[in-house]
Design a protein around this ligand. Structure first.
Ligand SMILES: [Zn+2]
Length: 192
């Protein structure tokens, strides 16, 4: 016989019907010690009563109600990506078409900026209606964009040789072609 009484967790093991290594001596103690046997019986009664109670399942709307009150922090770049994704169609031809249209528009804007950067006088004339400060800002931005895209030397070469117009025309035709193709594809997909 053990010379100490059972610990609460040891009585838990017996109540749970554990049958692992080391449980046999605990059970042997229970058979010989009235005090521990009484504690075991008391716990047994409580556990049996709990198990006899009807089992409830939480309301299926509980998660929504709880989460509705939890402020979830969404990082800015995730939020931006999600809002873009909401406007994008499912992956497939439609998404390809949207990407084509987006690339075309971006290309058009880039072409416009390069044109403004290369056509100094014309750009000044064209933007003459704008305020002086806004015009300078626009010209500076266009030049920066063109330099970033072509590099300082290439931009100078384009300006000097006047190949800018040809380049621009080719770019514009390609861009317009891409836009039309994209929109046609989008129309075909949405008709299905
Ligand atoms: Zn005991």
């Amino acid at each position: 016989m053990n010379h100490r009484h059972l610990l609460p967790n040891e009585i838990d093991l017996l109540v749970d019907g554990e049958a692992g290594f080391g449980v046999a001596p605990l059970r042997a103690h229970l058979d010989e010690c009235h005090q521990c046997r009484a504690r075991y019986e008391d716990e047994r009664v409580v556990v049996d009563a709990l198990e006899a109670m009807p089992h409830f399942a939480p309301d299926s709307r509980l998660i929504d109600r709880v989460m509705g009150q939890v402020p979830v922090f969404v990082p800015a770049h995730i939020a931006a990506r999600d809002s873009v994704a909401r406007f994008l169609p499912q992956p497939g031809p439609a998404r390809v078409a949207v990407a084509a249209v987006f690339a075309s528009v971006a290309g058009l804007v880039t072409m416009g900026l390069i044109w403004i950067a290369t056509q100094g006088d014309a750009a000044v004339f064209m933007t003459g209606l704008l305020g002086n400060r806004l015009r300078l800002t626009l010209m500076g931005t266009a030049r920066d964009a063109a330099v970033a895209l072509l590099g300082e030397q290439a931009l100078a070469a384009v300006q000097a040789t006047g190949i800018g117009a040809g380049l621009l025309l080719a770019g514009f035709v390609l861009t317009a072609f891409g836009t039309v193709a994209g929109i046609r594809r989008l129309a075909t997909v949405s008709r299905r």
